[in-house]
Each structure stands twice: as C-alpha cells, then as structure tokens.
Design a protein around this ligand. Structure first.
Ligand SMILES: Cc1cc2nc3c(=O)[nH]c(=O)nc-3n(C[C@H](O)[C@H](O)[C@H](O)COP(=O)(O)OP(=O)(O)OC[C@H]3O[C@@H](n4cnc5c(N)ncnc54)[C@H](O)[C@@H]3O)c2cc1C
Length: 308
C-alpha cells in the first residue's frame, strides 16, 4: 500500500502522522494557499460550527482530547492545558463531561487542550517521517501520481473544487493577534457574540467572526470591531501584532469521512469538512481513516464504481 495524503493543514498532517507511524509508506502533498484554515485557528479544543452526527463528532473530539492532553507534557509540541471560561451557551454540552468542569457566574469553566498553532503545526510537520511534496493544486484526484494506490483527501475547503462538493461552504474567520498576556491565565469565550480572548505562550488571540465568504483579506473595520468587543478583557492600547483570516471548511450534513474511488478506480478516503472544529476532532478523524483500511486491520468497503 502506497498512500498519498492531500493537504497539509491539521487534518492532513495528523492523518499522515497516524498512517506513517503505523508503518505505511505515505507522501503528503500540499498546494500552499494563503487561505488554508489551520494557521488562522486559535486553536482551542472546543466543538464549534460543525453539523451532522453530533455523537460521532463527540467521539472524535474525546479521542483527540486524550491525545492532546498527553502531548501537553511533550516539550516543543505547542500543546498546553488551559482553563476556558464559557459564557452565552444556551446549554452545557455533553462533551464537557470529559473535562475538569465547574459552574461559574453566568457560564461554566472547563480545562481543555490549547494548541499554539504555529508551534503545533511545525511539531506535526517534523513528527511526520514520510515524504512531503509541495505541488500546484490538483484539479482532480486522478492527477495524483499513479504510484499511490490509496488517496486520503484532506483538502479542507479545497475539496469543493477538487471533488466538486457543493455542500462545502467557506465560513470566513478573522482574528487579531496581540502581545502575550501573562496576567490572564485562562481563555474567555462568549459563544453568543463569538467574542473570545485566548492567551498563548507567545501571543494572545482576539476574535472573532464567522461569515459565509471566501474573501481572505483582513478587513480593517472588522479588526476595530474585534478590538472593541475584546476591550473589557484586553485593553485596546495593547498593540495589534497581526491579523489572520481563514476559511473554516463548513459542510452541510457534517464531516465527510468515507470511502470512495477515483475515476481510475484507486481507493480514496475523504477526511474534510470539519468546520470550526478541525483541531478538536483531528486525532479522532485520523484514526477513523486508519480504521477503514483493511491492510491496517480496518473494515472499510469500497464499491467498484468511480466517483471522484
Ligand atoms: C479564525 C479561526 C479560528 C478557528 N479556531 C478553531 C479552534 O479554536 N479550534 C478548532 O478545533 N478549530 C478551529 N478552527 C477551525 C480549524 O482551523 C479548521 O477546521 C481546520 O484548520 C481545517 O483543517 P484542514 O486541514 O481540514 O483544512 P486546511 O487547514 O484548510 O488545509 C487544507 C490544505 O489542503 C490544501 N489543498 C486544498 N486543495 C488542494 C488541492 N486541490 N491540491 C493540493 N492541495 C490542496 C490547502 O492548500 C491546505 O494546505 C478555526 C478556524 C478559523 C478560520
């Protein structure tokens, strides 16, 4: 078995690491694009902006929680555990049961993994011991080199063009980076207004937004609005160090994680459409991909028809 993974965002990196660490020959292909979602993420363990089978998503998230909690003690992984104070949620979600949990005035507090995005993505890139190739975007899966008999499609919002999935929509998110906040030991999330402050080891993320748009350029008015909304927690005089935009790969009906075939009859496993939860479900989804492969003891079944 010789596998190609398409996309080096958090989904593709995690899937490539899981498969390579099970002894499979893996090549990770990526067409670097300014609008990939992963580098813009906060990225805190929190199920958000994800449709479909919630029990399936929670199972992926809880598995991911366990792996990330383990990584929190690995120096250089960029993962830590943080208290997250959540307000404005109509009810307490079931996934909080796994975390240290307490009710606070107006909301609840949970202890969850936090990924320092740039450090974590670099850690995953270095942990992947297979081959990495930068390419121009594949126009279809049949363009993937013929040496690969299995293709894992982790192309995020790119899957809309790559496999023609019109259920995918770009949920644009903009965040503002400001300086480290050593006096703020916890994250704050107002779910109803999508306002959040997430202190990290090197900076602090202020957010956020969620609009259906594929505009990847920062909007100055939005930056001012985010600064205004977060001002009660981080004063507007703290310098703006950067502004990031990413397109959450939101998919009607939920994540696409299923077996398929290319038009030249090679096996495909899709793993895209994680919306605002790609980091939160990453390890659970990557292991679910492995569990489809009969060569790894999995139970996936492929029809003989060609679809992508
Ligand atoms: C502002 C913001 C905040 C967020 N906060 C959180 C959070 O706190 N927690 C959380 O869990 N999630 C969060 N998310 C969501 C999370 O970032 C996404 O769900 C996740 O990054 C999706 O990862 P992915 O690897 O599937 O896609 P991407 O990161 O978009 O990666 C896809 C990759 O595939 C490549 N590609 C696409 N098409 C092709 C092609 N045809 N050929 C070759 N390569 C291709 C792209 O170039 C890209 O590198 C946030 C997102 C945003 C925008």
């Amino acid at each position: 078995m010789n596998i190609a993974v398409i996309g080096a965002g958090v989904s593709g990196l995690t899937t490539a690491v899981v498969l390579a660490e099970r002894g499979v020959d893996v090549t990770l292909y990526d067409a670097p694009r300014a609008h990939m979602a992963s580098p813009a993420a906060a990225a805190i363990w929190f199920l958000y902006d994800l449709e479909g089978d919630i029990e399936r998503a929670e199972a992926w998230a809880l598995r991911t929680y366990d792996v990330l909690a383990g990584l929190a003690s690995v120096v250089g992984s960029g993962v830590s555990m943080i208290e997250c104070r959540v307000f404005g949620m109509p009810e307490i979600p079931a996934w909080t049961q796994r975390c240290d949990f307490r009710v606070i005035d107006g909301g609840f507090a949970v202890t969850v993994p936090l990924m320092d995005t740039a450090i974590y993505l670099q850690y995953m890139r270095e942990r992947f011991l297979g081959t990495f190739r930068e390419v121009a975007p594949f126009a279809s899966l049949s363009e993937v080199p013929a040496e690969h008999d299995v293709i894992i499609n982790c192309s995020g919002f790119g899957a809309r063009a790559l496999v023609g999935d019109t259920r995918l929509h770009p949920h644009r998110g903009q965040v503002v980076l400001t300086e480290r906040q050593p006096s703020l030991p916890y994250a704050v999330v107002y779910e109803d207004t999508l306002t959040y402050v997430i202190p990290r080891s090197v900076d602090c993320v202020l957010g956020g937004t969620n609009d259906v748009s594929d505009n990847v350029h920062p909007n100055d008015e939005t930056t001012r609005d985010i600064r205004r909304r977060c001002a009660p927690i981080v004063h507007e005089s703290a310098p703006t160090l950067g502004v990031k935009v990413g397109l959450r790969p939101f998919r009607e009906g939920g994540v696409c994680l299923e077996a398929d075939r290319t038009s030249d009859a090679r096996r495909v496993i899709h793993n895209y459409g994680h919306g605002g939860s790609g980091f939160t479900v990453s390890w659970g989804c990557a292991e679910a991909v492995a569990q489809l492969l009969p060569e790894l003891g999995g139970r996936g079944s492929w029809s003989h028809g060609s679809q992508s």
